[in-house]
Write a protein that binds this ligand. Structure first.
Ligand SMILES: Cc1ncc(COP(=O)(O)O)c(C=O)c1O
Length: 362
């Protein structure tokens, strides 16, 4: 079966000596490797400040706290995402207000977001679903017009860009996840990219129990609630080695995605996404909209191609039942959206086989 997702790891002979070195270095907690990883990620993304953490969920939580989100506030979000985007909002005690999606991309719709803004809205969470950047231009306008912080959950979109600049610096907060199946994995981990140096300094405190690492324990006087969210030197070392391969790995996703954009156009009963102007996806998953989705999935699976819609719309989980909302575009999209394999492991012969199989019909 050609898989839909697959973990990329550097060759054993490159990664293992580095891992061995750090494991027996006597310093496996947060230290020099973490500092170097943060600075290399910031360079890679062109982002002013990158705070490494132990997961994308931790990065989202810190962003929500820095945005001032508290119990009883409202946070606008999308149900078309992986669950942590929204379980973490719940964790703050805030109420989630669902916005509908754009039918062209499946991404959160700026017009609907604007309709849902109230005096209680403390933050807006947008997700570059499947690696396709959201309507960044419109959301930047919304962030400025209403002075409500936008948290970009770019967990699926490492290496995607807008206006020729990689995601990571377009909003006050951008979050990436480095869990097992993302473009870059550190086994588990994440980063929070921030524009403001002041918030970066606060974020460092929240990441580690509220303790200021530049002072001794005796000099510290904890004033903010912090958590154990830091990355350690072992995960950071994996990340540092991964970064050497990332340009090449991400370009494989993009090359395959562009191949499908070209060769799956004009196929009856199948529609492609229509990306926003000046955006380049990093195609974590390749999404198509098809008529008779169950049959499409079955036929391709029978031909050895893993195909699925992967995520459950989050508003259907019982935990989010209080946020019920009318989302007609998502209702429509759900009938047809599906993902096909597109990542670094897809070679030329695979993608040709996938296109030819689809062309034969379902
Ligand atoms: C869109 C999205 N947001 C957030 C997360 C949370 O990331 P992590 O698993 O690193 O906590 C994930 C990962 O599953 C994700 O896919």
């Amino acid at each position: 079966m050609i898989p839909l997702i697959k973990t990329f790891l550097p060759p054993k002979e490159v990664l293992m000596p580095e891992l061995e070195k750090v494991l027996y270095s006597g310093y496996i907690a947060q230290g020099d490797a973490v500092d170097r990883f943060e600075s290399k990620v910031a360079d890679f993304l062109g982002s002013p400040h990158c705070l490494s953490v132990n997961s994308g969920s931790s990065a989202l939580h810190i962003a929500l706290l820095l945005a001032g989100v508290e119990k009883g506030d409202e946070v606008i979000s999308t149900p078309l995402t992986a669950e942590p985007t929204n379980t973490v909002i719940k964790q703050t005690g805030a109420n989630i207000v669902w916005a509908d999606i754009d039918l062209d991309t499946g991404n959160i719709c700026p017009k609907d977001v604007e309709k849902k803004i109230t005096g209680k809205t403390k933050a807006i969470v947008i997700v570059d679903y499947a690696g396709v950047p959201t309507n960044i231009k419109k959301f930047q306008e919304i962030e400025n017009k209403y002075n409500i912080p936008i948290i970009e959950d770019a967990a699926h979109a490492f290496g995607a860009s807008f206006n020729g600049e990689k995601l990571g610096s377009h909003f006050n907060f951008t979050v990436f996840s480095f869990q097992a199946i993302k473009h870059l994995t550190t086994v588990d981990g994440g980063v929070l990219c921030l524009k403001s140096n002041e918030l970066f300094e606060k974020a460092k405190l929240i990441r580690w129990f509220g303790i200021d690492k530049s002072l001794t324990r005796k000099e510290n006087n904890i004033e903010v609630q912090g958590y154990k969210y830091h990355m350690n030197n072992v995960n950071a070392t994996i990340g540092l080695v991964q970064l050497r391969y990332m340009k090449e790995v991400i370009s494989k996703y993009i090359e395959n995605g562009k191949y499908y954009d070209q060769w799956l156009a004009d196929i009856p009963r199948l529609e492609l996404l229509d990306y926003y102007e000046k955006t380049e996806p990093s195609y974590w998953l390749y999404t198509v909209k098809v008529e008779d989705k169950p049959s499409f999935i079955r036929v391709l699976n029978e031909k050895g191609i893993a195909v699925s819609d992967l995520h459950k719309r989050n508003d259907m989980h019982a935990i989010f039942r209080d946020s019920k909302s009318h989302l007609p575009n998502l209702d429509e999209y759900e009938k047809s959206w599906v993902h096909i394999p597109c990542g670094w492991w897809i070679e030329k012969e695979h993608r040709e086989y996938i296109v030819n199989t689809i062309k034969q019909g379902w």
